[in-house]
Design a binder for this molecule. Structure first.
Ligand code: NAD
Ligand code: UD1
Length: 337
């Protein structure tokens, strides 16, 4: 199976490319390198011993997409490409709608022209807004609290309408919970530019000495230790979820929606403790005010994916922290240019 991977040089895309290769599939990466470096591809090759075709391009370039899909006889598309920083999306909503929403519409239009009718889309638990209860199942109501979240929700809605008109397509919406961790080799990992927005990259940068301390955003939530609770999932488990989606429903007409999470909630302080254990380093932290827009707790009911995709997250919190530390300690400044 030949799979076009938009955003394949990025954090989740690169790990998924490795698992595609391990599963005997052929990824073709399509990425504009806006938030990634081309050296990622050398790391994929180092880990798998196989080279991956890379097309540098923007998903808003329809002609290049059609040409790439035809030239490589693409069977399915996994669509990771997009912008993902919540705070930035509040300041630059137009850029987010253009990249994430218009970009996806151009991609689907290009797929139609190239005769490719199988799509897996990177959605997010952010589409559940502030959920009324936990764990969250796929039929919970959806809403958006910021432009990034709205862009994911808009794409989901556009794809739902598109599927209603084109029921022969296979469209899979994967709602990720909180991806963390790295490839166990330590050769690939998350490489945020500037100050990390997300918890685990920040924690690992404190441990490696790049930042002085972690600000814990709020300790007065109605949770066991007062700090925010999330469903952290190992990026390799998440990558495997994409392989399962392609294998089980990728050739099956339908609109398929799955949560990809572990079903377990961990607090900010749980994560700090687990990371300290895995790294042998102390992670200094200070309690800070709540971050605007944050919710108290969020974790998945992933039983639908377990039943239909026969997929289940298996890697432990310890593994997530060990692998993150392996990557961070061997690549303290991230990927080379
Ligand atoms: P990432 O930024 O590491 O990877 C995204 C990749 O897409 C980058 O390599 C970037 O260069 C590329 N890209 C961006 N705009 C592009 C465009 N217009 N054309 C071509 N390439 C473009 O992000 P990630 O963490 O790997 O996330 C991948 C996807 O998963 C995103 O759609 C994101 O919204 C979604 N997601 C991520 C998380 C998370 O916590 N990381 C959670 C839920 C959903
Ligand atoms: C954030 C996004 C969400 C996106 C997800 C991707 C917001 C409001 N939400 O979710 O839309 O889909 O990333 O993974 O940005 N924390 C600290 N200190 C830090 C960073 C985080 O205490 O420096 C806390 C947060 O308050 C939260 C937890 O750690 O309780 C996880 O935060 P983060 O990694 O940013 O993920 P989410 O908030 O779940």
């Amino acid at each position: 199976m030949k799979v076009l991977v938009t955003g394949g040089m990025g954090y989740i895309g690169s790990h998924t490319c490795i698992q595609l290769l391990e599963a005997g599939m052929t990824p073709v990466i399509f990425d504009n390198l806006y938030n990634s470096k081309v050296s990622v591809n050398e790391r994929i090759q180092r880990v798998t011993g196989q080279s991956v075709e890379f097309v540098e391009g923007d998903i808003r370039n329809k002609a290049l997409l059609v040409d790439t899909m035809k030239r490589h006889n693409i069977d399915s598309v996994i669509h990771f490409a997009g912008l993902k920083a919540v705070g930035e999306s509040v300041a630059k909503p137009l850029e987010y709608f253009d990249n994430n929403v218009s970009g996806t519409l151009v991609l689907v239009d290009a797929m139609r022209d190239a005769g490719v009718t199988s799509l897996v889309f990177s959605s997010s638990a952010t589409v559940y807004g502030d959920p009324a209860s936990v764990p969250i199942t796929e039929d919970f109501p959806t809403s958006a609290t910021n432009p990034y979240g709205r862009s994911k929700l808009m794409v989901e809605e556009c794809l739902t309408d598109f599927h209603a008109a084109n029921p022969q397509w296979s469209i899979t919406l994967l709602r990720y919970f909180n991806p963390v961790g790295s490839h166990p080799s330590g050769d690939l990992g998350e490489d945020p530019q500037g100050i990390p927005n997300n918890l685990m990259p920040f924690v690992s940068q404190v441990a490696v000495g790049r930042r002085e301390f972690l600000s814990v955003f709020g300790d007065d939530y109605p949770t066991p230790d007062g700090t925010g609770v999330r469903d952290y999932i190992h990026v390799m488990d998440l990558a495997d979820g994409h392989i399962a989606a392609l294998n089980k429903v990728g050739q099956q007409a339908g609109l398929h929606i799955f949560n990809l999470g572990t079903g377990n909630g961990s607090s900010v302080l749980d994560m700090v403790k687990a990371f300290e254990q895995a790294s042998g380093k102390t992670v200094a932290y200070k309690i800070a005010p709540r971050r605007p827009g944050d919710i108290a707790e969020c974790w998945a009911d992933s039983s639908k994916a377990e039943t239909i995709l026969q997929w289940k997250a298996t890697r432990s919190l310890q593994q997530m922290c060990e692998d993150t530390w392996h990557w961070q300690s061997e690549n303290p400044k991230g990927y080379p240019e």
